[in-house]
Ligand binder design. Structure first.
Ligand SMILES: [Zn+2]
Length: 441
């Protein structure tokens, strides 16, 4: 597909402009008056144990009153959540993602000139859409662009895209693995069903993209456990009025209910089991696909309707005693490993000239038009990991100069070989560096 190489950038253009820390009236990074950077080891013997983007960086705490979302803030939060995933899934590929070096060389920091965001290169990435908040965001951005490009192209040639949602009854105490297996069985027999094939024909369907999602209802008034479900973007003919949609819905629902019962799932209600929405709903769904988890505010409110897996990580981040959230995330990670998040029906990608690129390739791909800001040596990188400052380094790099980054690296020197840093001191140094973006290095 021509132009796909730049969709990442196009997509990013819709993101809010990065605020200049020094110009903001509510600048959270303003240092205390006549405060000097504390020295390493000062302030007691507490071991630095903060998670990326928290504590050592102090970013989330400081930014609590200042929730203007921008690409760098979102990135900082992803690192913090990834550190939670590491604690919850020790030994997993995600636990090593953007920590271990990919080659025997220095770690690179790149800046995307147009957007002012920074990222690392030369590190291993896990490419997991399910368990890694950092890789998932990067992959989702690309996948969303692919989906939108196909939809746009289909629409331009006179087609319409409908949104079909399939859910099944589920209870608290259901085994997630069993639920998924039964759902997969129900979906398989649904598509093979004679009536369903006839309805697809009537709809003029040339293919569909299936998205697998899951939430957990532990915080809802009627906790009914795991809720895995499918959303399907159906690439159809010229569209239909509401009466036609209703007719297709009823015919499809009857077959879906039968397939669910046969797969041992019980009968879904007409109200919830199957929903067929028109093109506007399909467009709205696709345009925010994969972004839901980026919206940090309203987490508690959304949780009533079900927590996403990354919401579970947020719960652990907010409250380390939330053992239930950690256990649920572990169960989810085991059961979703190897599952496809987005599945394009055969031939659909080729039809719209969308190339095949693996999740791993996307997670490793460097941003276009980025410049190399500087290199971090092996020892410096060990220091960064020791104080969980991966996000802090990127933030400083994005908002100030490489000289500022070097000052920070100097400050944390020795962390990996036992020098103890107070998280409060680290947060303060970050704050001071960020508050003076043009300070000479
Ligand atoms: Zn990853």
């Amino acid at each position: 597909m021509t132009g796909l190489t730049c969709v990442t950038q196009t997509d990013m253009k819709s993101l809010p402009v990065l605020p200049q820390a020094g110009n903001c009236a509510h600048n959270p990074f303003r240092p205390h008056s006549d405060h000097k950077p504390p020295m390493p080891g000062m302030g007691g013997s507490r071991q630095a144990h903060a998670l990326d983007g928290q504590g050592g960086a102090g970013a989330l705490g400081i930014n609590a009153k200042y929730v203007a979302p921008n690409p760098m803030d979102a990135r900082v939060q992803r690192f913090a959540l990834q550190s939670v995933a590491r604690a919850v899934l020790p030994g997993s590929r995600t636990s090593k993602c953007l920590r271990l070096r990919a080659h025997n060389s220095d770690v690179q920091v790149w800046k995307a000139v147009e957007y002012g965001t920074c990222q690392y290169a030369g590190l291993q990435t896990c490419g997991s859409v399910w368990t890694c908040p950092v890789c998932a965001a990067k992959i989702a951005e690309r996948r969303r662009a692919e989906v939108l490009a196909a939809m746009e192209s289909h629409k331009a040639s006179g087609g319409t895209v409908l949104l079909l949602t399939l859910t099944t009854p589920h209870q608290r105490g259901d085994d997630l693995g069993e639920l998924l297996a039964r759902q997969a069985k129900a979906v398989k027999s649904f598509w093979a069903d004679k009536t369903v094939r006839k309805v697809r024909e009537d709809m003029g369907t040339i293919g569909q993209i299936r998205a697998l999602e899951v939430t957990h209802g532990r915080r809802s008034p009627h906790n009914n456990g795991w809720h895995p479900h499918y959303h399907l973007l159906m690439f159809c003919g010229s569209g239909a009025d509401s009466a036609q949609l209703k007719d297709w819905s009823v015919r499809l629902y009857l077959r879906w209910a039968a397939c669910c019962v046969r797969a041992g799932l019980g009968e879904p209600s007409f109200e919830h089991g199957l929903k067929l929405h028109d093109g506007s709903k399909a467009a709205a769904y696709a345009s925010k696909w994969g972004l839901e988890d980026e919206i940090t505010k309203g987490h508690t409110k959304r949780a009533i309707h079900g927590e996403t897996p990354f919401d579970l990580l947020r719960s652990v981040l907010a409250d380390k005693a939330d053992k239930q959230a950690a256990a649920l995330f572990q169960e989810f990670a085991i059961q979703f490993k190897g599952k496809r998040q987005l599945h394009w029906s055969q031939g659909l990608k080729a039809r719209f000239a969308i190339g095949e690129q693996s999740d791993e390739e996307i997670s490793n791909h460097a941003e276009e038009s980025a410049v190399l800001m500087g290199l971090i040596t092996v020892d410096q990188w060990r220091d960064v990991l020791a104080v969980e400052a991966r996000a802090t380094v990127l933030e400083i790099a994005a908002r100030t100069t490489w000289g500022h980054v070097l000052r920070y690296l100097d400050f944390i020197q020795g962390a990996h070989s036992g020098t103890v840093f107070d998280p409060g001191d680290l947060a303060e140094v970050r704050q001071i560096l960020m508050s003076q973006p043009s300070m000479p290095p």
